[in-house]
Design a protein around this ligand. Structure first.
Ligand SMILES: NC(=O)c1ccc[n+]([C@@H]2O[C@H](COP(=O)([O-])OP(=O)(O)OC[C@H]3O[C@@H](n4cnc5c(N)ncnc54)[C@H](O)[C@@H]3O)[C@@H](O)[C@H]2O)c1
Length: 244
């Protein structure tokens, strides 16, 4: 896979899966736009990637719960266009449904769904003009099987699948593919603080008998963004070690 000459924007790419995705693209020659809530952190991650892989790497504030349009205008001052958009940023606010506060529900919907809608709408305009582009949305196994304490999160991750399939149909005539990756249990900050007994329970359900690494997800994203996947759209790749 060679992504030289391509520019990739990854939302929430300062750590975890997003950072691994951005690094994997840079390793294959792409210029990368690191985005997150804190400008300083995005710049540090971008500088590290630039030093390690010798590509152009930019750090920008892009808080999906805030003014996405203004953030995008700032990015556009420095970058001509985005060839590949990876909608990775996502949050959890876990609690049983009966105890879920309005803000627990709204914050998760706002970042995971509304934020994804907003940035995609902005980025896709140029893709449509240029008649080329790849969009990859990071869903989750939880959107398919559900989970106790995650009605808000599961709703957004299932929603992203409907978003992916519908957008894929709309954008196919413009030569833009839209796909999703649904990770299972991946070792990141998001899963680090789960109780040990819960982690054991999850491990029991994984036929490959290990938790996933961020790079496992990144490899599936790279495939979907590559020419090898040019006839694939509206699809979801599950990266979960066989946990269904
Ligand atoms: N870790 C897992 O097991 C797992 C499993 C399935 C799906 N996922 C999904 O993968 C994606 C990445 O997860 P992760 O495990 O790396 O999580 P993480 O918490 O380590 O990283 C999430 C990233 O999103 C960013 N972010 C949070 N709120 C934001 C906002 N308002 N605007 C912009 N960026 C924001 C964070 O700064 C961070 O960079 C998420 O969408 C998550 O739902 C993770």
């Amino acid at each position: 896979m060679d992504f030289k000459g391509k520019t990739v924007l990854v939302t929430g790419s300062t750590r975890g899966i997003g950072k691994a995705i951005a690094s994997a693209f840079a390793e294959k020659g792409a210029d990368v736009i690191i985005t997150g809530r804190d400008k300083g952190t995005t710049q540090i991650v971008a500088d590290n990637i630039k030093n390690e892989y010798g590509v152009n790497a930019y750090g920008f504030t892009l808080d999906l719960s805030s003014d996405v349009e203004t953030a995008w205008q700032e990015i556009k001052k420095h970058v001509d266009f985005v060839d590949i958009l990876v909608n990775n940023a996502g949050i959890t606010k876990d609690t049983l449904f009966i105890r879920m506060k309005d803000e627990d529900w709204e914050q998760v919907i706002n970042v995971n769904l509304n934020g994804t809608f907003k940035i995609t709408k902005l980025v896709v305009k140029d893709m449509i003009k240029r008649k080329t582009g790849k969009i990859i949305n990071i869903s989750s196994i939880i959107g398919f099987i559900g989970n106790v304490g995650q009605t808000n999160y599961a709703t957004t991750k299932a929603g992203l699948i409907g978003f992916t399939k519908s957008l894929a149909k709309e954008l196919a005539p413009r030569n833009i593919t839209v796909n999703a990756v649904a990770p299972g249990f991946i070792e990141t900050d998001m899963t680090e603080n789960l109780p040990a007994e819960l982690k054991e329970k999850y491990l029991d359900q994984i036929p490959l008998k290990r938790f996933g690494k961020p790079r496992d997800v990144a490899d599936a994203v790279l495939f979907l963004a590559s020419d090898m996947a040019s006839y694939i759209t509206g699809e979801t790749i599950h990266v979960n070690g066989g946990m269904y």
